[in-house]
Design a protein around this ligand. Structure first.
Ligand code: NAD
Ligand code: UD1
Length: 433
């Protein structure tokens, strides 16, 4: 019989891709979500395959009620998979509702995505982040325990590594140097699950540390579709329609004054940008490299030879295709079956790309020019962060398959499909340091 998996926050970006992978792998996902960052369905019926719910590998549970009850992402997942999705609107902090849910279904494992994830907001509203992320997870774990469900896959983040002491980041890298409540909540939850597995040997947990998930399913029907102004680089880039200047400045303006793309010259620390170079950067489009003696004040950046080409690097991240990430969760579910205890894996590609490389890749994928300005480094940003993903390959048999082109390709089409209204135009730019 097909296994039933509880997916918390499964209407969200990563969760919805995992629900699709679960359906396609023959599992029966039961999704809960409170619509904090998911869109309610339009009521349009999903076009299900006539044989949905029948035949081998098909769900044993009854099809979900009317599609109007479904989040839009899951309505689309149903269409792609030709399988029904079981969904219930439920807040993970609601213990009574969780108990009721666990009485209704027999779960073999839980995939736990639900939570709040905006770093900047977490600094403004720490209690809300701790309530939802920590209390919600505690209630979930307690309910699991009460109902004899002791297998969990948890969405953690590379943010637990803090400022990297070495690169690439492997799972042995020290953790806990988080500078914001969101990151701390991930770290605390990891610790909590570790302690639980240590105290009660029948628990199995796989803690997945995501690097930077981007992209969308190849159908273009699901993908990242955040409510309001996006918090991360790529969804913001995707939502900017020409001829408007690149919205990264908008994001920065909201959270950090007028900052936009980060300057991380030298790779670590926050260097001062020489005045003349700064003016040039502000001058308009800039290709990321400035050459020649005349442009730079010697020694300003500690460069030994002023004739060197100066490439002012922007932040480097390990961007990973969300479908690769979702497949990593299926591998993690299989790992739980080995009674693995508590395991931790990086889910990344092992390759770092700079913001400018990402902008170029998006230009190539979308066929349009993306205008941008270089502004000061974003507060709290690490210069470079990329994974050593070899442990996941060795122990989960999982490896990211998609490259940058594929990651960027799905993004613009989703932006057109999923966003009902265009983003408000960015106000005029002003420089800041
Ligand atoms: P998302 O916001 O798209 O999905 C989270 C879902 O959880 C949303 O649908 C939201 O409505 C739901 N939710 C929030 N609070 C809830 C509550 N109290 N009860 C029930 N549902 C609730 O985010 P995502 O990008 O899909 O991320 C999923 C998980 O992965 C999160 O835990 C996030 O912290 C983690 N993560 C994400 C990234 C990333 O870059 N997207 C990186 C590292 C880790
Ligand atoms: C952010 C979070 C991190 C979280 C991760 C995934 C911060 C400080 N960190 O990581 O905790 O786990 O998202 O949700 O928010 N950039 C610009 N201009 C912008 C916005 C971003 O140049 O307007 C750059 C950043 O400097 C960074 C890169 O784009 O180098 C990626 O940024 P982002 O998508 O926000 O992810 P992270 O900072 O890696």
């Amino acid at each position: 019989m097909a296994e039933t998996i509880l997916v918390t926050g499964g209407a969200g970006y990563i969760g919805s891709h995992c629900v699709l992978e679960l359906l396609q792998a023959g599992y029966v996902p039961v999704v809960i979500d409170n619509f904090h960052n998911a869109i309610r369905g339009t009521g349009a019926p999903a076009r299900l395959h006539p044989r949905a719910g029948l035949g081998s590998g098909a769900p044993h549970s009854p099809p979900s009620p009317g599609s109007e009850a479904l989040p839009e992402s899951l309505r689309r997942v149903q269409e792609i998979a030709h399988r029904p999705v079981i969904f219930q609107e439920l807040d993970i902090t609601d213990e009574a509702a969780l108990q009721e849910l666990f009485r209704k279904h027999r779960f073999s494992a839980v995939m736990h995505f639900a939570g709040l994830k905006a770093v900047g907001e977490s600094v403004q509203k720490p209690l809300e982040y701790y309530r939802v992320n920590l209390t919600g997870t505690i209630r979930l774990l307690e309910t699991m325990k009460a109902h004899g469900v002791r297998n969990i896959v948890f969405s953690s983040s590379a943010t637990v590594y803090g400022d990297p002491k070495y690169l690439p980041l492997d799972e042995k890298h020290p953790v806990g140097g988080c500078t914001n409540p969101y990151g701390k909540s991930k770290f605390f939850i990891e610790e909590m699950i570790w302690d639980l597995c240590r105290a009660e040997r029948d628990w199995n947990a796989v803690l997945l540390r995501y690097f930077n998930p981007i992209g969308a399913h190849e159908s273009g029907m699901i993908g990242e579709d955040p409510q309001g102004i996006p918090n991360n680089l790529m969804p913001y880039v995707a939502q900017v329609e020409p001829p408007q200047p690149l919205g990264v400045t908008g994001r920065g303006r909201r959270r950090w004054g007028s900052t936009g793309l980060s300057l991380c010259a030298g790779g670590s620390g926050t260097p001062r940008v020489p005045e003349r170079l700064w003016e040039r950067l502000q001058d308009g489009r800039w290709n990321g490299c400035v050459t020649g003696r005349g442009d730079l004040g010697r020694g300003n950046l500690g460069f030994p030879d002023p004739a060197l080409t100066l490439c002012v690097p922007t932040g480097v991240r390990d961007y990973i295709h969300v479908v690769d990430l979702a497949k990593g969760h299926i591998a993690a579910l299989k790992k739980l079956k080995e009674n693995c205890g508590c395991k931790i894996y990086n889910l990344g590609t092992g390759t770092g790309y700079s913001v400018l490389q990402m902008v170029r890749a998006m230009e190539k994928a979308s066929g349009r020019e993306i205008k941008y300005r270089i502004t000061a480094r974003r507060e709290g940003d690490v210069a470079s962060c990329y994974a050593d993903p070899t442990l996941a390959e060795r122990e989960l048999g999982w490896k990211a398959a998609f490259g940058l082109d594929k990651m960027c390709k799905g993004i613009p089409s989703l932006a057109r499909r999923a966003l009902p209204a265009p983003c408000p135009p960015s106000p005029p730019l002003s420089s800041s340091r």
